[in-house]
Unconditional design. Structure first.
Length: 451
């Protein structure tokens, strides 16, 4: 299709940049690594490369150089909607170009061809205990399709060529993002609804997903917004990094994203949105009841929470040092939606947003007193009746597939290497700490003596 040809041209134009960087500037030092970074999860170590998105601590996420409002404004909209289709966003993530409506229509048509899920996947998921976590079902369902990986078949063909390997990654990636919402809807219907037959429609991905899980017309925009907002957050988060890491071993996209989903399922990553909602509901029950949440009441309640040694869930971020733009996008949706803006749970979340940053600043222990995406997202799902909150991370996983699949397509196109960091021992760190640094590094690069 035309998208693949556009992508091929861009890849061929971009490859010389990588070759030039390695050849001419490969030894240029771009960062310093401290002992606390080595022990503390490599925080702020600049050692990953992606052009799909960039997360600025003050500005927030940019997709292909565009902010969230700029992205929403630029992309073609779904019929009758203020929001772009996920298909237009997929084209944009892959190429960096804003597609025409004709190009979006071509992607949508291709998506429909690719969204067929083999029947054995349903058998595998049905064979799991019904009380299995939906993220386990999603990961297993995706992994079950690995037998059909075009990349794996190409690698085994004896004709493998690193310069063309991206084309087979692209094929798998396109198949995965077309199929994963179908699998997610099947899991939801199987676990939570009596009728679990998927009725796959002819609409765009967000609208189709809403219909498959029995949602209302309004929820179609929720799905479009949610999948786009959760698509990517540069490469360092657990799900994106895991996908990249596994794929760097030339494991195919099914292996890679199944692993990424397993990382996303963790409480410090994708599971956080359901934990925030659980905390918000309990907060309301304990402090507000049926009463309107006032600034005075919420301020007192937040101080009670902090003095008890607890945190305020949904506030703070590993990178951001301002309100998460993804939070603001969802907040704007709520404020523009009659009924939702008057929902008691949203009113409480809104009041916490007004009060919490000031309280956290005064408390003094939070590096970032501003809300992240999880502070808002669960409340929207709850309002629309999707109250099985252990499914929320599955929604996240559907959206995150877009960024992860775009990233590994470009990883293979540019021939990025097997990721293999070097480890050190604690005794080595203790020695270098006492000596003020690693001796050979100090000798070679005096500017790094204070690392």
């Amino acid at each position: 299709m035309a998208l693949k040809e556009v992508l091929k041209q861009k890849i061929e134009e971009f490859r010389p940049h990588i070759q030039h960087l390695i050849k001419e500037h490969g030894k240029v030092v771009i960062d310093q690594v401290t002992i606390d970074q080595a022990i503390g999860g490599a925080r702020d170590v600049h050692c990953l490369v992606t052009d799909i998105s960039y997360l600025d601590p003050q500005e927030g996420i940019r997709f292909r150089g565009k902010t969230i409002p700029e992205t929403f404004a630029a992309l073609p909209k779904a019929p009758g909607s203020k929001y772009p289709t996920v298909e237009s966003f997929w084209y944009f993530l892959l190429t960096g170009d804003v597609p025409t409506q004709a190009e979006v229509d071509e992607v949508l048509a291709e998506w429909k061809v690719r969204q067929y899920v083999p029947s054995y996947v349903w058998d595998v998921i049905r064979g799991m205990p019904r009380d299995s976590h939906p993220m386990a079902m999603l990961s297993v369902g995706l992994l079950a399709m690995q037998r059909d990986s075009k990349f794996a078949h190409y690698y085994s063909s004896g004709k493998f060529n690193k310069m063309t390997a991206w084309e087979y990654t692209y094929e798998d990636a396109f198949d995965i993002i077309a199929r994963i919402p179908i699998i997610a809807a099947f899991i939801y219907n199987l676990k939570y609804r009596s009728d679990f037959q998927n009725r796959i429609g002819k609409l765009d991905m967000g609208a189709n997903f809403a219909e498959m899980i029995g949602q209302c017309e309004e929820y179609k925009d929720v799905a479009r917004m949610y999948f786009i907002l959760h698509s990517d957050h540069e490469s360092g988060n657990v799900s994106a990094h895991t996908t990249h890491l596994v794929n760097s071993a030339l494991s195919d996209p099914y292996y890679a994203y199944s692993a990424g989903l397993n990382g996303l399922a963790g409480p410090l990553h994708g599971l956080a949105n359901q934990e925030v909602l659980d905390w918000t509901i309990k907060f309301k029950q304990k402090y507000c009841g049926a009463a309107e949440p006032t600034k005075e009441l919420v301020t007192m309640a937040l101080w009670d929470t902090l003095k008890a040694g607890q945190v305020v869930p949904g506030y703070g971020h590993a990178v951001l040092r301002k309100t998460d733009p993804r939070y603001m996008s969802q907040r704007e949706f709520c404020l523009a939606t009659p009924g939702l803006k008057d929902d008691p749970l949203f009113k409480l979340v809104s009041m916490i947003f007004e009060v919490a940053p000031g309280v956290l600043k005064e408390h003094g222990k939070a590096k970032n007193p501003w809300p992240n995406v999880d502070a808002q997202s669960g409340v929207i799902q709850w309002y629309y009746g999707l109250r099985e909150w252990d499914f929320y991370t599955v929604l996240f996983g559907v959206g995150r597939s877009l960024g992860c699949m775009a990233n590994i397509t470009w990883d293979r196109a540019l021939g990025y290497a097997l990721e293999r960091p070097k480890s050190v021992t604690v005794s080595m760190l203790e020695k270098w700490g006492d000596e003020g640094g690693r001796p050979e590094i100090i000798a070679k690069a005096p500017t790094l003596t204070n690392v």
